[in-house]
Design a protein around this ligand. Structure first.
Ligand code: 5AD
Ligand code: SF4
Length: 363
């Protein structure tokens, strides 16, 4: 099936469940062909809920009065060791956004510590918001090799409506360009079903991923948070957002082919098997939460986030059996890079501008 703007719009509007089944099946076949049958696991460590930003949709925005926390170095290292021992090939360090010197140095120390603690084996993705070029480069040189920064929406007007003044759309786009220039595997994505968002916006999001040669896609349904201003924008159709997200996963897979696509926790929030649905629609990455349990209730970007009380070992077993039921093998101990990254780097004989090979070699 050849996709273009009109065809993508047609699919996003399609309500015929038999046809949609065929769409998901085709996306699954493209996944098998382009990135293989495995699902790759990234252990998610939520470092801190302290954030300088005040996004109108988010539960940990700076003006919300919630208990704020920051994991200690020991807690981060033990979560990373746990992920390593469970055979997760890599981890994601995520937190609210901070750009102060102490934070930058702390992350840098953590990167080096995790590499040493796991004999250079664990891959590290960062999801720490907008930073300067030199900070991104410093962290890359200390061992981070992937970076997730969602564009949130590619419609500038909508971006401004869901962010307060001072949150700069052009800055966000420029950060994504910096990350690519440095040599990161770059991930982005959007929230799906935002107030005022249209099907046209979603097509433009998909075309943006292609235009920017993005390696990894993380998209999830927009979910309201009771303490966020966007909650006041009216009722949210969770079923529609769920279905739009599955369609966007499938269409991204068919259109972009060799990228990594995550089945996100937000999908699981709407349906207890949401991540499994995501995998069946063409996603190939799952990010199980390995944050110490006592902090999880304070990292709620949206209401009803699942797994707040799930023991990480039991969740790992649960995930293994649910993938087994779907006949999806898990890529234990593998980084599971998106082939797209290696394909696009082939065109660059000198590689990224600042790679330390000892940190960035896959096993
Ligand atoms: N609903 C869904 N996703 C959200 N995020 C933040 N708040 C919400 C919400 N209310 C997502 C954003 C951000 C990522 C870390 O979490 O896309 O980039
Ligand atoms: Fe901070 Fe990210 Fe939430 Fe925005 S979405 S308030 S940057 S944690």
């Amino acid at each position: 099936m050849k996709l273009n703007r009109d065809k993508i719009i047609e699919w996003l509007r399609c309500n015929n469940q038999d046809q949609l089944k065929l769409l998901y099946q085709q996306a699954y076949d493209v996944k098998l062909h382009e990135v293989g049958p495995k699902v790759y696991l990234r252990g998610l460590i939520e470092l801190s809920n302290i954030c300088i930003k005040n996004c109108l949709y988010c539960g940990i925005r700076s003006s919300n009065s919630i208990p704020r926390y920051e994991l200690t170095e020991g807690e981060v290292l033990s979560a990373a060791r746990f992920a390593h021992e469970e055979g997760y090939g890599s981890i994601v360090l995520q937190s609210g956004e901070r750009q102060d010197h102490a934070f930058i140095e702390n992350v840098d120390r953590l990167l080096k510590g995790i590499k040493i603690a796991t004999s250079n084996q664990l891959g590290i993705t960062l999801s720490l918001g907008e930073q300067s070029f030199s900070t991104y480069k410093k962290w890359f040189n200390s061992g981070a090799h992937r970076y997730l920064l969602r564009i949130e929406t590619t419609n500038q007007e909508l971006y401004q409506r869901i962010h307060p003044d001072g949150h700069d759309f052009d800055q966000r786009k420029s950060c994504l360009k910096d990350l690519k220039k440095i040599g990161y595997q770059v991930g982005t994505g959007v929230m799906i079903g935002l107030p005022w968002q249209t099907v046209d916006d979603l097509v433009n999001d998909l075309l943006y991923y292609d235009d920017q040669d993005i390696d990894m896609i993380g998209m999830g349904p927009y979910l309201p948070h009771r303490q966020s201003p966007l909650q006041g924008a009216g009722p949210v159709d969770l079923n529609r957002n769920f279905e739009w997200t599955l369609k966007m996963i499938a269409l991204s897979r068919i259109f972009l082919r060799d990228v990594n696509i995550a089945a996100t926790t937000a999908l699981q929030t709407i349906h207890f098997q949401g991540r499994e649905w995501g995998i069946k629609a063409g996603a190939n990455v799952i990010m199980p939460n390995v944050t110490p349990m006592r902090y999880r209730q304070d990292y709620q970007l949206y209401d009803d986030k699942p797994c707040l009380n799930d023991d990480a070992s039991l969740s790992a077993d649960c995930l293994a059996s649910s993938m087994h039921v779907l006949s999806v093998p898990i890529g234990y101990k593998e980084w599971g890079d998106a082939p797209h990254y290696h394909n696009r780097m082939k065109d660059k004989p000198f590689g990224p501008i600042c790679t330390d090979e000892s940190f960035h070699a896959d096993k």
